[in-house]
Design a protein around this ligand. Structure first.
Ligand SMILES: Cc1ncc(COP(=O)(O)O)c(C=O)c1O
Ligand SMILES: N[C@@H](CCOP(=O)(O)O)C(=O)O
Length: 534
């Protein structure tokens, strides 16, 4: 315990020293240099939080019996604004602005630019670039798997790239992120022509079962800051329109922080598992007789009238958290850049978040290139695909039809401009998947040990098509982003395996076999099964 202690206190001063360029050879758990051996300019800073000696500081790193990790972080002055070291971020218009120099503080409540366009969070790259890429890589790597508040989170372990100025005490985190990168060995070998370097980033293996946790920790933390002293903003609650995952994440984070959550859900268009999440977390749940796009229009009107903070990805704060999944992928490959990343798209914030995470790492020298991005849409809800196919001529919203990938049944995505930018900047591709394609892709992946959701099925179906056309090569390192946990969408799997879906060939259906409760019948069935197999 005492050694683990030493490493974290070391980090707190290492990230104050621009000249300390590499931690790569430093065993994070090994004893740290004595205070006098530290470079001179960092000596006064390392113990800035208290007047204790380094020895005492390290010993005291063992958390007091009556102390929470939050209190410990405050005592040790970890991640306080003073540690931001001049790092900062603010809102700017996304794309060209009619007002030169237009920018807003992250403490402003603003979702649109003066011309009505989207906003983006811009970081002070000149401050971040004072540290070399190797410094950031090593710092982020050294924080993985710890409980140190707030760095145990995959999002907040990259705090300087996310919300550098927020006080650790305002952060609302459920230690999200750090999700599994699954080597899809059998799927690649048996179903994709021997692809040896195929991976699935399981963003849905998360607290509320989807990648939305990554963005929601950032948004709710900022709301917590705004509502707390000294800002004390009169925000009565946080609201969103949702196809089921944003609402689940919002409700959980708000419940953890004791902030009221209000969610607008399209009646009968989300799964039962998704519906029960905000109900259980005590949110105000409005089931509205319209589709997601209708709910989105309503929440935008309501948040402009009432002191309810908007939690959809129109709010660019969300994407700051979501972009850390891209950074995590790079980390998981020891900072080698994959060739392709395939992301299912609906409201289209996430594809841009991936672009942003990758491009930030490139600009700051953590990596030297970025992957090509593929955005995969359900054919029943494919406005980006249509736009792409038209050669990016005038964008037209569509009325999205029902799809098994119900969380992306969205016809008028708020982040359309962000998605176009991400695809264009990465020489990316947009692909679509029919209901049969997505359900079969999901089910064949399940046969190789996954339990994918239908949205992941959309991304997998896009991969099958791109492999077939030879656009993705056999040896290309390819990541499919799994956006939700399959357990949230069991009804669609039940229907599929029961072969009960009209006009759909359920190629991988595996219905249970009904057998009489006697030995002979059981043996007959098993013999038949084994003979068939052989
Ligand atoms: C499970 C799941 N996958 C994919 C998406 C698409 O993400 P985005 O809306 O950011 O495009 C969503 C939400 O829209 C989702 O809930
Ligand atoms: N799939 C989303 C749709 C809303 O997207 P958002 O990222 O803008 O919140 C959901 O689960 O609600």
């Amino acid at each position: 315990m005492a050694t683990a202690v030493a490493s974290s206190s070391a980090l707190s001063f290492l990230f104050l020293d621009p000249n300390y360029s590499s931690l790569r050879n430093t065993n994070a758990l090994s004893p740290q240099p004595s205070r006098s051996s530290l470079p001179r300019q960092i000596r006064p800073l390392c113990c800035a939080a208290s007047s204790t000696s380094l020895e005492e500081y390290n010993v005291r790193r063992v958390r007091h019996a009556d102390e929470s990790i939050r209190e410990e972080a405050a005592r040790r002055d970890l991640a306080s604004p003073s540690h931001a070291q001049g790092f900062s971020a603010w809102y700017v218009p996304f794309g060209p602005s009619s007002e030169p120099g237009e920018r807003y503080s992250l403490d402003d409540i603003v979702y649109r630019s003066s011309s009505g366009g989207l906003l983006d969070v811009q970081h002070d790259f000149s401050a971040l670039a004072k540290f070399p890429g190797s410094y950031w890589r090593d710092l982020f790597d050294s924080r993985i798997g710890r409980t140190t508040w707030p760095y145990g989170s995959g999002v907040w372990s990259k705090k300087e790239f996310v919300l550098p100025e927020i006080d650790a005490d305002h952060i609302v985190s459920l230690f999200e992120g750090n999700s599994n990168l699954f080597w899809a060995e059998r799927l690649g070998r048996e179903h994709l022509g021997g692809m040896p370097d195929l991976w699935v980033k399981h963003c849905g293996i998360s607290h509320t079962g989807s990648f939305k946790d990554l963005g929601m920790t950032v948004l709710v933390s900022q709301v917590n800051r705004l509502r707390s002293k000294p800002l004390s903003r009169p925000i009565g609650g946080v609201g969103c329109a949702s196809t089921g995952d944003t609402s689940a994440a919002l409700s959980a984070y708000c419940a953890a922080a004791k902030i009221p959550a209000i969610v607008f859900l399209p009646t009968d268009r989300i799964s039962l598992a998704q519906l029960i999440q905000p109900i259980a977390n005590g949110a105000t749940v409005l089931s509205i007789d319209t589709d997601f796009d209708g709910c989105m229009r309503l929440i935008r009107e309501v948040t402009s009238e009432l002191p309810i903070y908007l939690a959809n990805s129109l709010n660019s704060l969300r994407l700051e958290g979501q972009k850390t999944a891209a950074i995590e992928i790079l980390q998981q490959f020891d900072w080698e850049v994959p060739d392709w990343v395939i992301v299912p798209g609906g409201n289209l914030g996430n594809i841009y978040a991936f672009y942003k995470g990758f491009s930030m790492c490139k600009e700051l020298g953590l990596v030297d290139k970025i992957p090509r991005l593929v955005c995969a849409q359900a054919a029943n809800a494919n406005p980006l695909y249509i736009h792409y196919k038209s050669g990016w001529r005038d964008f037209k919203a569509v009325t999205a039809a029902p799809t098994f990938a119900s969380a992306i049944q969205i016809g008028d995505p708020v982040s359309i401009d962000r998605a176009v930018y991400a695809i264009q900047k990465t020489n990316g591709i947009v692909e679509e998947a029919t209901e049969e394609e997505l359900m079969n892709a999901m089910s064949v992946a399940d046969r190789t040990g996954m339990f994918a959701c239908p949205h992941t099925g959309v991304a997998l179906a896009a991969l099958f098509k791109l492999r077939e056309r030879g656009e993705i090569g056999t040896n290309d390192r390819t990541i499919v982003v799994s956006t939700a946990h399959g357990l949230k969408f069991t009804q669609s799997k039940v229907e599929y395996h029961a072969n009960e879906i009209p006009d759909l060939l359920c190629k991988y259906a595996n219905p249970p076999l009904k057998v009489k409760a006697d030995f002979g019948s059981v043996m007959d069935v098993l013999r038949k099964k084994l003979v068939l197999k052989n």
